[in-house]
Ligand binder design. Structure first.
Ligand code: ATP
Length: 478
C-alpha cells in the first residue's frame, strides 16, 4: 500500500524483486529450470533464517514447556503406514481430456466452482430481489477444464509422497519415502524425549525441517512447492485440557505474525468444517493471509487427539503414554499441532512489506520489513569515495557488524546505494560525510520515514540495538 492507501503488491512484483536482488530464484536455471522448485540466494537465506529464528525464539526460548528436535528426513516405512499417509495422503487428480491435457486437483476445482456459484447466486438473488421474483436454480454440476473448457477424467487418488529406495536394491523391501511432514519424526521420538527432557504434559516438541510433497498443482511462487520447509510443534497435553490448549495456541500463533508486522486485517482465522477435517481431528483452525491470489493458508493448528501416539503404539508395539511417577496416573496425551510453513511465512512477510512510493519525483520500491526480520540491519555508506570517507566508514562498519548484520557499500551514487538497501529492506542507513571527518558524527536514515538524524559514531551501536529491540508496527497501518 503506498501513501494513497492502495495495495500495490502483486506476485509478479515479488518474483521480480526476489530475482533482481537475489532473494529467491528458479532452481537449476542454467538447464531451463525445474518446475516449481526454487533456490534461495544470499538475502533470501538471511530472511528465511530470521523467520525461523523468530519462530524458535517465540516457541522455545521465551517458554519453558518446549524442547527442540531435528529428526531425519528418511524414516522407517512403517511410520507412514501407522500415520495413515500410505493409505490416505492423497489428492483427487483429474486430467483434461480436451485440448490442453492439464492435470488438476478435483477438490480445488470444486471449491473454485462453489465460490463462483456463491457469487453468482448472490448476484442473481440481488437481481431477483430487485425484480421481486426468485433466482433461477439448477447450476451445471459437471466440472470442466478451467484452461480449455475440455471434459475431465474421472478422479483418481494420487499419493503425494515421494518414493525412493535405500541401498543398492530397488525392490519393495528397500522402499522409503521423503517425509511429507516433519510431524511424524516428533511422534516416533515421543518416548526418547520424555526420558531425557524431564518434562510432563503439557509440554511440546518443536522442529524445523524440509518436507516433500508431490503436489499436483504447485504454484504461486514459493507458496506451494514440492520441496519446502515446515516449522512444526506437537504439544502434548492431558486429554481434558486439549480444547483449552488449542485455543491458546491459535491465539499465540496469530500474535506471532502480527508482532512481526503482518497487518491484522490481512490475517484471518478459518475453522475447518466437519467434512473437511481429518478423521482424527476434533478441531482445525487455519491462519490465513491475504496473498495477492486471495486468502490462503499460512499455518494450520489442529487438535489431533491421541490418534498419532495411539497409532504408533499399535504399529511399533510400544507403550507411548505418560506415567506420573508420583501418582501412578497414566494416559496417552492429546496433541495440539501448530504447523507452519517457513517458505509461506517468508513470502507473506515480503508481500506485506512490499511498497512503492514517489519521493522527490522518483519511484522508490522498498520492503518495510520488521527490523528483526530484515536480512541486513544497517548499511554504512561513505557519501563520496575519497577524502578519507571510505576508510572511516569501513571503521564504523567493522564496529557495527560485531553487533548486528551490516553492509558496507561504496559502489555507485549514494541514491543508487540507498535504493538497493530499500529494496532488500534494510531499516537503517548510516552516511559518513565531510562533517563526519570533523566531528565524528554520522547521518542515520530511517527506511520508512526517511527521517535523517545526526548521531555520534560512539552512540551508534547502542542506538541501533535499542531500535532493534523496540516494538515495531507496519507503517502501512498509518
Ligand atoms: P494446503 O491446503 O495449502 O495444501 P495443507 O493443509 O496440506 O496445505 P499442512 O499439511 O497443514 O498443509 O501443512 C502445514 C503447513 O505447511 C501449511 O500451512 C503450509 O504453510 C506448509 N505447506 C504445506 N504444503 C506446502 C507446500 N506444498 N509448499 C509450501 N508450504 C507448504
Amino acid at each position: 500500500m503506498a501513501a494513497n492507501g492502495r495495495d500495490v503488491v502483486t506476485m509478479d512484483k515479488i518474483v521480480g524483486l526476489c530475482k533482481r536482488r537475489g532473494f529467491i530464484f528458479q532452481s537449476s536455471e542454467i538447464y531451463g529450470g525445474l518446475a516449481s522448485t526454487y533456490d534461495y540466494g544470499h538475502y533470501g537465506v538471511l530472511l528465511k533464517a530470521n523467520v525461523k529464528a523468530e519462530w524458535w525464539r517465540a516457541v522455545l526460548q521465551e517458554r519453558d514447556d518446549m524442547v527442540a528436535l531435528d529428526a531425519a528426513i528418511l524414516m522407517h516405512p512403517r511410520t507412514w503406514e501407522a500415520s495413515g499417509h500410505l493409505e490416505g495422503f492423497t489428492d483427487p487428480l483429474v486430467q483434461c481430456l480436451g485440448k490442453c491435457k492439464k492435470r488438476w486437483r478435483e477438490d480445488h476445482l470444486r471449491e473454485a466452482e462453489a465460490e463462483a456459484e456463491a457469487e453468482a447466486d448472490a448476484d442473481a438473488d440481488a437481481v431477483a430481489a430487485e425484480a421481486g421474483g426468485e433466482a433461477a436454480a439448477g447450476a451445471n454440476e459437471e466440472l470442466r477444464c478451467p484452461e480449455c473448457g475440455g471434459e475431465l477424467s474421472e478422479p483418481r487418488n494420487f499419493n503425494l509422497m515421494f518414493e525412493t529406495h535405500m541401498g543398492p536394491l530397488q525392490d519393495e523391501g528397500s522402499r522409503v519415502f521423503l517425509r511429507p511432514e516433519t510431524a511424524q519424526g516428533i511422534f516416533v521420538n515421543f518416548k526418547n524425549v520424555l526420558q531425557f527432557a524431564r518434562k510432563r504434559p503439557p509440554f511440546g516438541i518443536a522442529q524445523v525441517g524440509k518436507a516433500f510433497r508431490n503436489e499436483i498443482t504447485p504454484g504461486n511462487f514459493v507458496f506451494r512447492t514440492r520441496e519446502f520447509e515446515q516449522m512444526e510443534i506437537e504439544f502434548f497435553v492431558p486429554p481434558s485440557q486439549a480444547r483449552d490448549w488449542h485455543e491458546r495456541w491459535v491465539a499465540d500463533r496469530l500474535r506471532w505474525y502480527t508482532d512481526l508486522g503482518l497487518r491484522p486485517d490481512h490475517l484471518q482465522l478459518r475453522e475447518h468444517g466437519e467434512d473437511e477435517r481429518s478423521h482424527y481431528s476434533s478441531a482445525t483452525s487455519d491462519i490465513e493471509y491475504l496473498f495477492p491470489m486471495g486468502w490462503s493458508e499460512l499455518e494450520g493448528i489442529a487438535n489431533r487427539g491421541d490418534f498419532d501416539l495411539a497409532q504408533h503404539a499399535k504399529f511399533a508395539r510400544e507403550k507411548l503414554e505418560y506415567v506420573d511417577s508420583g501418582t501412578g496416573e497414566r494416559y496417552v496425551p492429546h496433541v495440539i499441532e501448530p504447523s507452519a510453513g517457513a517458505d509461506r511465512a517468508t513470502l507473506a512477510f515480503m508481500v506485506d512489506a512490499y511498497d512503492e512510493e514517489q519521493v522527490e519525483g522518483r519511484e522508490r520500491v522498498l520492503l518495510r520489513l520488521h527490523p528483526r526480520l530484515a536480512p541486513v540491519k544497517v548499511a554504512v555508506l561513505p557519501l563520496v569515495n575519497k577524502d578519507g570517507q571510505p576508510e572511516l566508514a569501513r571503521e564504523v562498519y567493522s564496529e557495527l557488524r560485531r553487533r548486528m548484520p551490516a553492509e558496507f557499500d561504496t559502489g555507485g551514487s549514494i541514491g543508487k546505494r540507498y535504493r538497493r538497501q530499500d529494496e532488500i529492506g534494510t531499516p537503517w542507513g548510516v552516511t559518513v560525510d565531510h562533517r563526519t571527518m570533523e566531528d565524528r558524527t554520522v547521518t542515520l536514515r530511517d527506511r520508512d520515514s526517511l527521517e535523517q538524524t545526526r548521531i555520534a559514531i560512539d552512540e551508534l551501536g547502542a542506538e541501533l540495538e535499542r531500535r532493534l529491540a523496540a516494538p515495531w508496527m507496519s507503517p502501512k497501518l498509518g
